[in-house]
Write a protein that binds this ligand. Structure first.
Ligand code: UP6
Length: 273
């Protein structure tokens, strides 16, 4: 197969943060990350408790929660242990090193103290990685760079994407992979070099089975499309928790099971390629 199994990659990956995600994927037989973009603490925690059994990773935007408090983080951490998943705060840092180090460690949210993985835009250059690494590396955290985006008209393409990959290659001790739509291992390499020794993880948002987009520029592809392009983890938000003002918790469970199954069967199929 041109694709290596999650098991094999877990065995030989040099980064402990990447290993723990790969090991969780294998244990849970799930490459599904649920994005929980709701504004009420009760909905947030209810959704996570219900999708927990089906996911390797829970993605958060804690700054949208109206009634955020430190007990939310304590409960999130309990759920992460109860259901065996990792936590990814989708903070999309984008400032100078000194500022992002403060945003990562401090403020109301203290992201570095509870989020196993976070992400950053490469737009400021390599100093954003060293700034975040000064906080996250001693804690064993991992960083993803946004090499591409799922939105219509995204500027993250071509040379920008290539430079993001070069930045990651120069900081393998903290950068474990990318937010992107396809494998980044061969980007910027000669046509005979697959770059697979880099083994960057690729987490892909903009995944949906029922619709192709939303009214604000989001674009969706299916789990099978993104897995075949070399993505490792599918990120699904509204496809699972719905679009309405209220959360139908039974439907959330049904959709989480459905996306876990779709992601895993796409993975098993690609191992046969
Ligand atoms: N996200 C994208 N596209 C990107 C990067 N991040 O959609 O390129 C994030 C959004 C949202 C989630 O911030 O939290 O992934 C997608 O949600 P959805 O499945 O409801 O569209």
């Amino acid at each position: 197969s041109k694709f290596v199994s999650y098991e094999e990659r877990a065995k030989r990956h040099p980064s402990s943060a990447a290993r723990s995600l790969l090991e969780t994927i294998v244990r849970k037989r799930s490459n599904l990350c649920v994005s929980v973009d709701v504004t009420a603490k009760a909905d947030f925690l209810d959704i996570i408790d219900v999708v927990g059994p089906y996911v390797c990773l829970v993605k958060t935007h804690v700054d949208i929660i109206e009634d955020f408090d430190s007990s939310l983080i304590a409960t999130l951490q309990e759920l992460s242990k109860k259901h065996d998943f990792l936590i990814f705060e989708d903070r999309k840092f984008a400032d100078i090193g000194n500022t992002v180090a403060l945003q990562y460690s401090s403020g109301v949210h203290k992201i570095a103290s509870w989020s196993h993985i976070t992400n950053a835009h490469p737009v400021p250059g390599p100093s954003i990685i060293t700034g975040l690494a000064s906080v996250g590396k001693p804690l064993g955290r991992g960083l993803l760079l946004l090499a591409e985006m799922s939105t219509k008209g995204s500027l993250a393409k071509g040379v920008y994407t290539e430079e993001a990959v070069q930045m990651a290659r120069a900081h393998r001790d903290f950068v474990i992979g990318f937010i992107a739509q396809r494998s980044m291992n061969a980007v910027g390499k000669s046509s005979t070099d697959t770059g697979d020794e880099d083994d960057f993880l690729v987490l892909t948002p903009g995944v949906g089975l029922d619709v192709k987009g939303d009214a604000m520029g989001q674009q969706y592809r299916t789990p099978e499309e993104v897995l075949n392009d070399g993505s490792d983890v599918i990120i699904v938000g509204r496809g699972i928790y719905g679009k309405g003002p209220t959360v139908d918790i039974q439907s959330v469970q049904v959709q989480a099971e459905r996306y876990r199954a779709a992601g895993w069967s796409a993975y098993e199929k690609r191992l046969q390629l």
